[in-house]
Design a protein around this ligand. Structure first.
Ligand SMILES: Nc1ncnc2c1ncn2[C@@H]1O[C@H](COP(=O)(O)OP(=O)(O)OP(=O)(O)O)[C@@H](O)[C@H]1O
Ligand SMILES: [Mg+2]
Length: 357
């Protein structure tokens, strides 16, 4: 058990906070970034769909897809941004397009517009792509990446592969055959369906599809190469994964699975952040307050106390199971706080549990 996350962050340029949904990834990422900025680092934190109040507390009112400096007086600097997945994808196309015409054609294409938000894993992919860009530009000592609220944290690990598989896949190659898409590939029946669709919806899907695949065709190599480099960042020794989890059954199972996949993929695991752990109460409390509260209220304190004892025991069991499965990894415990973390004071409290003062 660690009292500070610092040894896990030494010499690291990229810190990725991963874990299952709702366990505290965004909050942990922001608090880690704050702690590093307090230690003199120039830090950027890339958040994904932060709660509105937390975003406001960081001065993030709009999605402009570039880090903004948080207005706090710190030894270092804290920069924060909310990831705009669509914008990141568009910028990637802008960079990869061979000329302006192709770029405009793709960006204006309805298929692209749907695809850039709909391909499974595109939010995961753009998060890593953004990390890659920020790292390449070299403006920060450390970049802390929050990860998307996917049900399955694993989506994140294979997002670059999945996307390049899509770009190299059968669908795209079929469409790019010289014969075009009207002929033997789709067959007559499909052509009729597209024709009916066009009449009903007014959208010339077939044309959109062929323009999309034709203009994207020239970018496949560029895209695949970028996806490979973006993916390589996940294995970089300057990267570390913090697995954020909660001391409950399902998130613990997911954390065990995720850790195994990290190891198999040769990605650098830093340690566990187990968040929202219930602390056992002082069991002398009901006795101590009985005299002041009277018997009825004291009885309720007794009930609440025993509930908390049960919760704390359950949490301790889950923590022990998780740590056992992972062979006693470096672990930080963060207690369940009295309130949601929605402002700088809340973040500072969270940070005080992550870093020794
Ligand atoms: N230790 C804590 N004590 C009390 N509340 C907490 C604690 N940590 C996080 N929270 C609250 O839990 C909620 C979820 O946290 P957060 O948004 O960081 O989770 P997440 O893993 O990013 O979720 P998602 O998967 O939806 O992105 C937030 O309202 C946050 O303020
Ligand atoms: Mg989140």
């Amino acid at each position: 058990m660690l009292t500070t996350v610092e040894p896990l962050l030494e010499e690291r340029r990229m810190v990725i906070c991963a874990g299952s949904g709702g366990v505290g990834k965004t909050t942990t990422a922001a608090a880690v970034a704050l702690g590093l900025a307090e230690r003199g680092k120039r830090v950027a934190v890339v958040t994904i769909d932060p709660a509105k109040r937390l975003a406001n507390a960081l001065g993030l009112e709009e999605l402009d897809n570039e880090p903004r400096k948080v207005d706090l007086d710190l030894p270092g600097e804290l920069w924060a941004m909310m990831l705009d997945s669509k914008r990141t994808f568009d910028q990637l196309i802008e960079n990869l397009a061979p000329d302006e015409r192709t770029r405009d054609e793709v960006l204006a294409n309805r298929i692209y517009q749907q695809l850039s938000s709909a391909v499974a894993g595109s939010q995961e992919f753009t998060a890593i792509a953004k990390l890659y860009e920020l790292d390449r530009d070299g403006d920060y000592d450390v970049i802390v990446l929050d990860t998307p609220p996917s049900r399955n944290a694993l989506d994140f690990l294979d997002a670059p592969d999945r996307l390049s598989r899509f770009f190299q896949g059968r669908a795209i190659r079929l469409f790019m055959r010289p014969a075009g898409i009207s002929g033997r590939i789709l067959g007559r029946g499909t052509g009729v369906v597209f024709g009916v669709l066009q009449r009903v919806t007014g959208v010339d899907l077939l044309r959109d599809l062929s323009v999309f695949f034709r203009s994207l065709g020239g970018m496949i190599d560029g895209f695949t190469e970028r996806a490979a480099r973006v993916g390589a960042l996940l294995e970089d020794p300057a990267t570390t994964f913090l697995i954020v989890t909660a001391p409950r059954h399902d998130p613990v199972e997911e954390a065990i699975f995720f850790h195994r996949k990290l190891r198999e993929a040769g990605m650098p695991f830093g340690g566990l952040v187990i968040n929202r752990v219930h602390q056992p109460p002082d069991d002398r409390l009901p006795v101590a307050v009985a005299a002041d509260l009277g018997p009825a209220l004291a009885e309720r304190v007794t009930v609440a106390t025993s509930e908390l004892v049960a919760l704390a025991a359950r949490d301790a069991t889950n923590v022990a199971r998780l740590r056992g499965e992972l062979d006693d990894p470096p672990t930080i415990l963060i207690p369940e706080l009295e309130e949601d973390v929605h402002d700088v004071d809340g973040l500072a409290l969270m940070r005080s549990h992550l870093f020794a003062s």
